[in-house]
Design a protein around this ligand. Structure first.
Ligand SMILES: [Zn+2]
Ligand SMILES: [Zn+2]
Length: 415
């Protein structure tokens, strides 16, 4: 029997954290932070045999150093990309927490302890514990992202982390060949919605960007540092106009280039990054907007980062465009700008006259593929998590004949 305790991220998106007790071992699947409200999941114990980290997004990795602060002695297992990217994001997260006037959840020392103790695993490489054998498999969501398979000899539990289904310009498709899965814990962010066809969307982004540039305008592409920056870069680098990169996306791309096994077209990523101008210092920004160009900069939801500098400079330019390529959470600077054409952040508020657009580039599996994935894995029980419409999704899964469990934060379930 396996006992699963849902500490966070069960009936919500954000702060994912699940405690697995096999009777012999205790594992923690992710320990994330809700980055909108900066809220923690329920606090896990530090008497754990291992932490299995699915990927480098703060809603999954954001609190891991907090375990070391409380005296956790063992290791976090993850892919090399995940470990390198997590380190980058955690350091940035301390800065954000400090800027917000918060007492950070952990210090640089705790991040260093995490890095020192971390163990790199490759996809499919078995990690052996007393009773269980654990494997990570490609989840296709962002560089390094993994689904975790726990096999106790009697039960096989699969936790998808965040998942994407099919290949795109950057990522290979997720692994789908799993056998004899008893219980599937699956993300369900988009259980209610399909995404537009990715190739069509990619072409439409290229066309829109090209049109604006030929019109004499500059195009700003705010993008999440990990994953989206690299994908967008690969889509626009060969349009015949200069491409500038600014912010954390540069380091994230360097990390991605050192770990190319997940990338669908490594040669193209190398070429695209080689051609792009990287803005390292503030003074380099002065010359960027002299003539029509493309700027890819963080942060993806405009919650800070160098993108602010470019928006402030171009706000009155009607022939310039700002294209958001990631989901904009309610209450973020990006969402407000998209809904009202007003930029509101840190005491400054102004109208933006640039052309503002949204394109639905998601790194998450869409509705139809979610059902397809579950049918392919064909588990005995499905536990949807990481979603806002889980009861509705469960009702649909039941109609299709699946046994399901509706888990809420705080619930303990035995399988
Ligand atoms: Zn994610
Ligand atoms: Zn997530």
């Amino acid at each position: 029997m396996i006992e699963i305790k849902f500490l966070g991220g069960a009936s919500e998106v954000g702060r994912s954290c699940f405690l697995i007790d096999t009777g012999v071992e205790k594992f923690l699947l992710d320990y994330g932070l809700n980055v909108q409200g900066f809220t923690m999941p329920m606090q896990p114990p530090i008497s754990l045999d291992a932490v299995l980290l699915s990927h480098a997004h703060l809603d999954h990795c954001g609190l891991i150093p907090e375990l070391y602060k409380r005296g956790f002695q063992k290791s976090v297992f993850a892919t090399k990309s995940t470990l390198d990217l997590t380190n980058l994001l955690l350091e940035d997260s301390i800065k954000i927490q400090t800027r917000k006037g918060m007492e950070p959840f952990y210090s640089d020392i705790d991040i260093n302890t995490f890095v020192k103790r971390a163990k790199r695993v490759d996809f499919g490489q078995p990690i052996e514990f007393t009773k269980s054998v654990i494997e990570l498999h490609d989840a296709g969501h962002i560089p390094g992202s993994a689904a975790t398979l726990i096999d106790t000899g009697k039960k096989r539990l699969l936790y998808t982390g965040d998942l994407n289904y099919s290949e795109n310009s950057l990522m290979k498709a997720s692994e789908k060949n799993y056998s004899d899965i008893d219980t599937l814990i699956i993300e369900s962010t988009y259980s209610y919605k399909n995404h537009p066809n990715r190739n069509k969307l990619a072409n439409s982004l290229r066309e829109t960007v090209k049109g604006a540039l030929e019109n004499g305008g500059t195009v700003l592409l705010p993008a999440f540092a990990v994953g989206r920056t690299q994908e967008i870069l690969m889509l626009v680098y060969d349009l015949g106009f200069p491409v500038y990169m600014d912010g954390m996306g540069i380091t994230a791309t360097k990390i991605a280039l050192k770990n190319l096994d997940f990338v669908s077209n490594p040669t193209k990523l190398k070429k695209a990054f080689g051609k792009a101008h990287k803005i390292g210092k503030t003074k380099d920004r002065q010359k960027v907007l002299d003539k029509p160009c493309i700027v890819i900069a963080s942060a993806g939801m405009l919650q800070g980062g160098p993108i602010h500098h470019y928006i402030k400079k171009l706000k009155d330019e009607r022939n310039c465009s700002l294209i958001m390529t990631g989901f904009q959470v309610e209450g973020t600077v990006g969402r407000t700008l998209l809904d009202t054409k007003k930029f509101v952040s840190n005491g400054s508020e102004f109208e933006v006259k640039m052309d503002i657009q949204f394109m639905d580039f998601s790194a998450h599996i869409g509705r139809d593929d979610l059902f397809k994935f579950i049918e392919q894995v064909n588990p005995q029980k499905v536990i949807p998590v990481h979603g806002e419409f889980i009861p509705e999704f469960i009702a649909e899964l039941k109609d299709k004949g699946f046994e399901t469990i509706l888990a809420k934060n705080g619930d303990v379930i035995k399988i």
